[in-house]
Structures are given as C-alpha cells and as structure tokens.
Write a protein that binds this ligand. Structure first.
Ligand code: ATP
Ligand code: MG
Length: 389
C-alpha cells in the first residue's frame, strides 16, 4: 500500500502577504494541538499546503472530527502518496475506486508542480478516460457522486476523495483576545463561535443571581464552554454574582429600567475585568430587535459608559440563521434546557424599549454601584475548562 497522509488547505491565510509565515506557524501549532493522542509523525508545510504524515487511516473519522475544529482550515483530504507519473497515478486511482459505489464522477487535478509534462486538464482527461473504460461510469463535472482529487506537489502526486470540510477563517491566537459575555441562551455561544472563527482567543464571563436563581445557568454555561473549547482547547470562565447589585437596582429604580440597568452593570464589570486581564474587546450575542433590551436605544443606554469596543457579530442576523449555527456547533440543545437567567428572572411585564441615555446614566449614578463593581472584580475567581481532559 502507498503511504498516506492528510493534505490540508487553509483559507484566508493564503491572502496574507509578508506575515503569512506567522499565520502558518500558528495554524500548524493548532493542528498539532488538536491531534493530541492521535498517531502522526510530522506536520509539514509544503507549497501552501499542510501535510500530516505517518497517520493511521483506520482512524480517519477521528482525524476528521479533530481537524474540523481547527479554525483557518478550508478543507482537507485523506491522500495516498505516489510517484509523479501517469502510470502510478492511474494505478492508485483504479485501486481507490475499485470498492466504491458511485454512478458519476469527476477527476480534479491541481498542478502545483509545473515541471510535470501534463497540464491539469490533460491529466483529468487521461485518468478520467481510464475510469470510464474500466467502470463504464459517467463523468459529471457539476455534481458528481465521487470527486477524485489529484494534487501534484513538489515531485509527488497526492490522490484521494475523502473530504474534511472546515469553517475557514483564521487560526485561533492570531486575532488577539476578547472577553465574551456568555449566558446559557442560544445567542452568546454563537457570537463567541463566530469570533473564534476569526482567530480571536476568548475568555468568558458569566453573571448569575445565585441563590435567588438556581446554579443551573452556571452548569449550562460550563457545558456550553466544553463544546466551545473544541476550537480553543482550553478557556477561562469567570463567574460573577450579580444579585447584590440587582437588589440595589430593584429597590431604587422603576421596574421598566431594571433590565437596562442590569445590563449596564454587566458591561461596567466586564470592562473592569477586561482591563485586569489586558483584554481589548467585549463580545455579546445582542441581536437588533430580538427582545426589549436589544433595541438600538437600549443598547446605547446600557453600553454608553464603557470605553472598550463591543463586538456584536449577531447584530444583523435572523433568529433562524443563529439557530442553525447553534445546532451545527452543538450548543443548541444545551441552550434550550430550562434555566433561570439572572436577567429574565427579574424581568418586569413591560420593560422600556427606548430608554433615554441621560435618564439611565442619572439613575446609575444615584445608585453608587462603583465600589461594588470593583469589589466583585478584586474577588473574582477563575475556572479553566478544557476539551481534552
Ligand atoms: P443569549 O441567548 O445570548 O442569552 P438573549 O437573546 O437571551 O441572548 P439577552 O438576554 O438580552 O439576549 O442578552 C443579550 C446579551 O447579553 C447576551 O447575548 C450575552 O452576551 C449578554 N448576557 C445576557 N445575560 C448574561 C449573563 N447572565 N451573563 C453574561 N452575559 C449575559
Ligand atoms: Mg439571554
């Protein structure tokens, strides 16, 4: 049997200029981290491809699952490696298709090695004609049952058809850090995922109202993070008790402003935590118009006193699009488990949908919450959640 490897194509790294090798290094490191406990001998960069050598192809499904989690990966194939000549290529293709069930096929050659005497279309025709002759199957270029990939790279031919599709984007660790405000709802895990996809490394902060609410939201967040740590392997969670602040707000302001004031407190505390951690951005799952607290005026009123960028990747998405991602990343089923959220637990029947910035600012000032905010940050504890325990 010819030796096998996994051939990986990256995504936007290919558009990088002078700093491309820095991105490639991070990408390779992240691949190695994901492949922990799976057999391989080396991971090597060759002509804008990453090759994982010395694999055990019987464990293909495990490699597939792991590599899908590496941000930056566009797609990858399980490949056999043969000498760069049409005879060996043809033999390997015939061997690979001999047990396969398909009606239509195509050959897709990429010729990185321009020294080879046939062009990509010429090799496609030659190998394709042989497949037609031996199997009597039809070529279908648009939507074939079987797409046989042949890549000619640095004097060798790589041949395979088993595809691993990734999420694209950029390797985690290339996009600095952000602090994600995570509830156990549907949206904030999806917002976090979208920024992980952009290479951002994330720490998480969760606010709870224990003992007025149960600890369920904290447990659900832990479960969600054990899913999201698939991509980042290890992440930090800061759980912060909000109850004392909420009580102060509820005792001293009209109920229609409570949620905005809770949110304002969350923003203020998160900003202090981000400062302490040396982090330069917050992430939320806010989505315009979804609920009362997410009108544009309320978002402004809640976030007007913090001077740190707030990334809101879901702002313009439809609920259905968000749900589809949540299902794909396997956080949806955890998010729909019943839990008492620290804000919804105390939501009045008619929250304001257009709070005035000045009004909210004045109320917050009279509540004198700053000392409490600082106290919470100086007592904050962290727990680390990792995917491969
Ligand atoms: P989610 O599904 O993420 O809970 P949501 O649609 O329920 O969002 P809200 O409850 O209004 O919306 O929350 C808006 C955003 O505020 C959330 O996406 C999250 O980023 C943040 N947030 C809400 N509750 C909490 C919490 N308990 N701890 C940390 N962040 C929170
Ligand atoms: Mg929520």
């Amino acid at each position: 049997m010819n030796p096998q490897c996994i051939l990986i194509h990256y995504h936007e790294i290919g558009l990088k200029g002078d700093n491309r090798s820095w991105f490639e290094k991070k990408f390779i490191n992240n691949i190695e981290t994901q492949l922990v406990n799976l057999p391989y001998t080396k991971v090597q960069l060759k002509a804008a491809r990453i090759l994982v050598f010395g694999i055990d192809s019987n464990q293909y499904v495990q490699y597939q699952e792991r590599l899908k989690n590496v941000m930056g990966l566009k797609h990858a194939y399980l490949m056999s490696i043969v000498k760069l000549n049409e005879n060996d290529i043809n033999k390997e293709v015939q061997k690979q298709i001999s047990n396969l069930n398909f009606k239509t096929f195509r050959i897709s050659t990429k010729r990185q090695d321009k020294n080879f005497h046939l062009t990509s279309p010429e090799l496609n025709q030659l190998i394709g004609a042989n497949v037609v002759e031996t199997t009597a199957k039809n070529v279908n270029l648009g939507n074939p049952d079987l797409n046989i990939i042949i890549e000619l790279v640095n004097g060798e031919a790589y041949i395979g058809y088993k595809k691993i599709s990734g999420y694209g984007g950029l390797p985690i660790g290339t996009g600095e850090k952000a602090l994600s405000l995570i509830s156990s709802g549907i949206d904030s895990p999806v917002a976090s995922f979208l920024l992980l996809k952009r290479g951002v490394k994330i720490d998480y902060v969760h606010f709870h109202s224990v003992p007025s609410t149960s600890k369920q939201s904290i447990n659900n967040v832990r479960k969600i993070l054990s899913q999201l740590s698939k991509y980042q392997i290890e992440c930090n969670l800061y759980n912060i008790p909000l109850l004392e602040i909420q009580q102060k707000i509820m005792e001293n302001s009209i109920d229609k402003y409570w949620v905005i004031l809770f949110r304002k407190a969350m923003y203020a505390i998160s900003k202090l935590l981000a400062d302490k951690l040396g982090i330069n951005a917050l992430i939320t799952g806010e989505n315009i118009g979804q609920v009362a607290s997410q009108t544009i005026s309320n978002i402004r009123a809640a976030s007007d006193s913090i001077d740190i960028p707030v990334l809101r990747p879901l702002a313009g998405m439809n609920k259905e699009e968000i749900v589809n991602i949540a299902i794909e990343i396997e956080t949806y089923d955890i998010s729909i488990e019943p839990y008492e959220d620290c804000c919804s637990f105390f939501v009045p029947p008619h929250p304001s949908t257009s709070a005035n910035v000045e009004t909210i600012r004045k109320i917050e000032k009279t509540l004198n919450l700053d000392d409490l905010y600082h106290q919470l940050i100086s007592n904050v504890t962290v727990e680390s959640i990792s995917f491969y325990e």
